[in-house]
Write a protein that binds this ligand. Structure first.
Ligand code: PMP
Length: 367
């Protein structure tokens, strides 16, 4: 056998067409993508450094500024999921040894605490049971005690179904020279957030929830205070890919005449993100403030039932995804997400019918 002949045969699975069934994505994300967004994702690829792509990225920046209600120049999308934005926020604004305060009331605070620990920050956790909420007084006391450079809060706690109030927290952070970082991956587009008015220093979200774009891009914005901190560091951020010095140039936010190659952005993902932000810009929605997260509803597991069995039944007989808890809420709740495009009464009725059908046909395992 010559060196040029293949010895590993082509895998049989690769000779079969891709199977991606149509499903009702009524879990905490991803959500169903409307045809209009799917269609732009199928447009021909252009180069990531072509002028047309820069225009599209400029549009995305404007779309994010609208969605976040901010005038921040330093507004971009990560090439990556919500986690990329979490890491970008922490890696760029915190240096090893600095104090970080994290509100943990579900899985997302815990994740950010771990991300900050991994890069060598001195992490302090304020801990509540899943879905618990922190008063501004408690937050101020903890900020005074730990003197963090960054305070993290999850706006839409998708593991616990809580929409956390943010009013006044930005002012507390400002008073104590700390940056206020807010996660709106599960809430942006479903629950109101006003980055500038609420004095939020760093805000991020994800593409695949209420924005209804495919997973894989994550809008993020930094205000002047955050820029001042991250561009006056003594050390370089641990990640090259997530270094805002490079990303700000790639997104045309650094005032330099040339945008240089840093990494190859997800071209189709950016097309789709632009379309989802366009849909948001076309719709002026009435919002109301509530402690319940409007995008993801957590319900107690019906007494006596095995939650995994209910979910499997609903998937099998209704082609519908609902999910269990996540992290500390596992075994406590089931989660039903109706986000953006999916947020219609007919879908809510369909979800309730599926649940009723599962309750009728799944056996109670406990008394
Ligand atoms: N934060 C919150 C509140 C989330 O709900 C999620 C996704 N479930 C993430 C962060 C992480 O996003 P991704 O899965 O896109 O990395």
């Amino acid at each position: 056998r010559s060196m040029s002949s293949v010895t590993i045969p082509p895998p049989a699975c690769m000779l079969r067409p891709l199977e991606a069934p149509l499903r009702y994505l009524f879990g905490p994300g991803p959500s169903n993508v409307p045809p209009r967004i799917l269609a732009v994702g199928a447009k021909p690829i252009i180069g990531h450094l072509h002028p047309e792509m820069y225009e599209i990225m400029n549009d995305i920046k404007r779309g994010i500024q609208y969605a976040f209600q901010t005038e921040n120049n330093m507004t971009i999308s990560m090439s990556g999921s919500g986690h990329a934005a979490m890491e970008c926020a922490v890696f760029n604004t915190v240096e090893p040894g600095e104090s970080v305060l994290v509100a943990v009331n579900g899985i997302w605070g815990e994740r950010v605490a771990e991300i900050a620990e991994r890069m060598g920050a001195n992490v302090h956790r304020m801990v509540k049971t899943p879905g618990g909420y922190f008063s501004n007084k408690e937050i101020e006391q903890a900020v005074e005690k730990h003197k963090p450079v960054l305070f993290f809060l999850t706006h839409g706690e998708s593991s616990a179904g809580l929409c956390h109030p943010v009013d006044g927290i930005g002012d507390i952070c400002r008073k104590h020279n700390c940056l206020f970082l807010v996660d709106t991956v599960a809430s942006l587009g479903a629950a109101p957030i006003f980055m500038d008015k609420q004095n939020i220093d760093i805000l991020y979200t994800g593409s695949q929830k209420a924005l209804n774009a495919p997973p894989g891009t994550a809008p993020i914005s930094f205000n002047e205070r955050a820029c001042h901190k991250m561009f006056n560091r003594k050390t370089k951020p641990v990640s090259y890919l997530f270094d805002m010095t490079h990303l700000s140039n790639y997104w045309g936010c650094d005032g330099k005449p040339a945008r240089l190659y840093h990494h190859t952005g997800p071209v189709s993902g950016f097309f789709a993100l632009r379309e989802s932000l366009a849909i948001l810009a076309e719709r002026v929605k009435e919002h109301f403030t509530t402690l319940w997260l409007p995008s993801v509803t957590t319900i107690a597991i019906p007494d006596g039932y095995e939650w995994r069995e209910l979910l499997a039944y609903i998937m099998k007989h209704h082609q519908m995804e609902m999910t269990g808890g996540l992290g500390p809420s596992i075994g406590m709740v089931m989660r039903i997400g109706l986000m953006g495009y999916n947020c219609e009464k007919t879908n809510a009725d369909m979800a309730l019918n599926a649940l009723a059908d599962a309750l009728k046909n799944c056996k109670k395992s406990k008394a």
